[in-house]
Design a protein around this ligand. Structure first.
Ligand code: FAD
Ligand code: NAI
Length: 470
């Protein structure tokens, strides 16, 4: 079998792999990208970020039309759901987005190969077809693993993607379940729980910890939980699910206190399991070539994304750091720029996170709890959207902006936003922190009026000295 030679073979065409492949080609490398799904885009474009945001948007429009228009003096008749059309629109959005990646591969002369990649030796990749036989072999000066992550299974709860679903099945339900249990009140649970609650399900979230959304600043979490409860989501905190079995009237979900104790049951139509994701390394042949994993099962890399084997690199969800699409892409760019002799670097502490509930939650940098734990002296500037004129005009006054800055130097250490447009607003805070801005710097920047971003300026002024409008 003839073997084709490349400067770089990328394994996985998710936001880590496809972006790395395009950037490497732009830098003059001959690049192949091997992907086992029929379409590029990885988890994010096919079954993650994009379809979930399409359904979040559609369900938000439904909710707004049914409940929020009256406040604007707009009266509508009976609002009905056409779930099949909503799902078709979601599929169309995914289709257009994955086609876009295929187009970019062509445009940048990346060779896209469909199949499962296995590393046989440094510099040698075998591509397996559906039958498991080697269909093609590739010679590679460098190999980049961007194989992503998969759903963490929960013992006692067997996912069938019909009634006991992971996020993938929850994006494909053909009917609105009357009753739904979400196991895990993390990011997927809050987003997809919101989607199905808006579409009419009675959603109960069972969470192991005594709080929702671990990792988010406590102030924000408290307000988010109140807002979501007002919308009708129910939370059972400090509890763990021990089993989910098909009963006469539905699936019987048993849950008990996290530390053990008397079990209770809930009978529902659909169970969504979302207790986290784990790195995906199956079938890559890592053992054979000697690529080492961390004790958490992620591929261990050095500061330049090189694994324990020279010439084999790894990025994205399969290595340490936040499991986010934009982080995977930045890893990919930094990795291939370093390969091309440039200086690639990603600061994972400045990767923003967004939860696309309503209100949205977005943050970058340290939480107040982290600063306390580290013994850092800090200042807090907080500004509520109720004080922001554009938010009032928009009828979206839930939430606040919180700026945390160093008490001695005023350098911004963290920004936490809960509000209708938090996800868009956080970009400014990331930029500021990338350039080591002080709270005063943000407070002195001219912000357009009336825009919700003025709330960040005011929160920064509050951290530095005094806000004008509070
Ligand atoms: P992936 O996107 O997982 O891509 C890896 C690819 O490698 C896959 O397509 C896989 O098929 C392929 N692959 C694996 N092994 C092989 C092999 N041996 N040969 C060939 N191909 C292989 N992140 C955000 O930033 N924002 C969001 O809004 C967001 N929403 C999400 C919603 C959901 C429901 C889920 C599940 C995730 C969401 N994420 C979101 C997380 C995001 O999807 C991941 O962080 C991101 O996809 C990671 O990119 P990656 O390139 O590392 O891996
Ligand atoms: P997660 O880590 O965000 O949340 C999992 C939750 O499940 C945690 O609160 C945890 O305490 C809880 N849990 C764990 N075991 C449990 C048990 N036995 N019973 C009850 N609760 C239990 O994981 P999630 O929501 O599955 O998402 C995976 C990852 O996907 C995220 O961490 C994020 O990296 C990515 N993602 C990002 C999105 C975004 O950026 N908007 C959207 C969706 C996913």
């Amino acid at each position: 079998m003839a073997s084709e030679a490349f400067d770089l073979v990328v394994i996985g065409a998710g936001p880590g792999g496809y972006v790395a492949a395009i950037r490497a080609a732009q830098l003059g490398m001959k690049v192949a990208c091997v992907e086992k799904r029929p379409t590029p885009g990885g988890t994010c474009l096919n079954v993650g970020c994009i379809p979930s945001k399409a359904l979040l948007q559609s369900s938000h429009v439904l909710e707004e039309t049914a409940h929020d228009l009256k406040a604007h003096g707009i009266l509508v008749g009976d609002v009905k759901l056409d779930l099949a059309q909503m799902m078709k629109r979601k599929d169309d959005v995914v289709g257009a987005t994955t086609k876009g990646v295929a187009f970019l591969f062509k445009k940048n002369k990346v060779t896209a190969i469909t199949g499962t990649a296995r590393i046989d030796a440094p510099g040698k990749v075998a591509v397996l077809g559906d039958d498991g036989a080697v269909a093609q072999t590739l010679e590679a000066r460098n190999i980049l693993i961007a194989s992503g992550s998969e759903v963490t299974p929960l013992p006692g709860v067997t996912i069938d993607e019909k009634t006991i679903v992971s996020s993938t099945g929850a994006l494909e339900l053909q009917a609105v379940p009357q009753r739904m249990v979400v196991i895990g009140a993390g990011i997927i649970g809050l987003e997809l729980g919101s989607v199905w609650r808006r579409l009419g399900s009675e959603v109960t979230m069972v969470e192991f910890l005594d709080r929702i959304a671990p990792g988010v600043d406590n102030d924000v979490t408290r307000q988010l939980q109140r807002a979501l409860e007002k919308q009708g989501l129910k939370f059972k905190l400090g509890r763990k699910v021990t089993s989910a079995v098909q009963g006469k009237d539905g699936i019987v979900v048993s849950h008990e206190p996290a530390q053990g104790g008397a079990a209770e049951q809930l009978t529902v139509d659909v169970v969504l399991v979302c207790i986290g994701r784990r790195p995906y390394v199956e079938g890559l042949g890592l053992d054979k070539v000697g690529v080492k994993l961390t004790d958490r099962g992620r591929i261990a890399v050095d500061a330049h994304f090189q694994t324990s084997v020279p010439g084999i690199y790894a990025i994205g969800d399969v290595i340490d750091g936040p499991m986010l699409a934009h982080k995977a892409s930045e890893d990919g760019i930094a990795c291939v720029e370093t390969l091309a002799g440039q200086k690639g670097h990603v600061d994972w502490d400045k990767v923003p996170s967004v939860v696309y509930t309503q209100p949205e939650v977005a943050w970058v940098g340290k939480t107040e709890e982290q600063l306390k734990a580290a013994g850092v002296a800090y200042k807090v500037g907080k500004y509520p959207f109720t004080a922001d004129p554009r938010s009032r005009a928009n009828n979206r006054t839930d939430g606040f902006v919180k700026v945390l800055s160093d008490k001695a130097t005023d350098t911004v250490l963290g920004v936490h936003i809960i509000g209708a447009e938090a996800g868009t607003m956080i970009a400014e805070a990331v930029l500021a922190m990338e350039y080591s801005a002080s709270a005063e710097d943000i407070g002195r920047v001219c912000h357009a009026h009336p825009t919700v971003s003025e709330a960040l300026k005011e929160a920064a002024l509050a951290a530095w000295d005094k806000p004008i409008h509070l």
